[in-house]
Design a protein. Sequence first.
Length: 187
Amino acid sequence: MRIYLKIDQAIALKKLATDLMKKAGIKHELVGNNELSVLRKLSTDEYNKLSMAFSEYGIEFVENQKSTLVQKIKDAITEMVYSDDGPPASKVSVHLAEKLGHSYGYLANVFSEVTFSSIENFVILQKIERAKEFLMIDQMTLTEISFKLHYSSVAHLSGQFKKTTGLTPSAFQKIIRMRKNNIERQF
């Protein structure tokens, strides 16, 4: 039997961060989705132990300003793509500039300097991951998925999907269905 999960990353991260900080006995405040404000200076040992505790869950502490800004860009894009409404109809560049308080040109330069990739490419990757999730759940048509993710057409989504994964959306969905059928037959 398989159980499919839908995760609200912001809620999960807040709960995890609160639990880990409480366990460490460190008073803090949550600032936004991915930032903690510690209410006192941590010793090096406390900082390292806390860093290790978070790293067990795949969460890294970001230490320089550019890396922090890149993480905020990634988080804003992920939040945008995974929101119930999908990405905003407005341009991603406008959304990021308004949300992060910097010009899009500056954000794009910092992002590419740190990641060696573009914001646009990261948006595409996130949208394709979201499309894969929708295809695995198998409750929406490709037209509905392309509409939800604000693609101009099914052909545009299909083209980006194939370029990114090497498969068409229908081939991907067929593989998922075959795997589900094989698993169901085992039980």
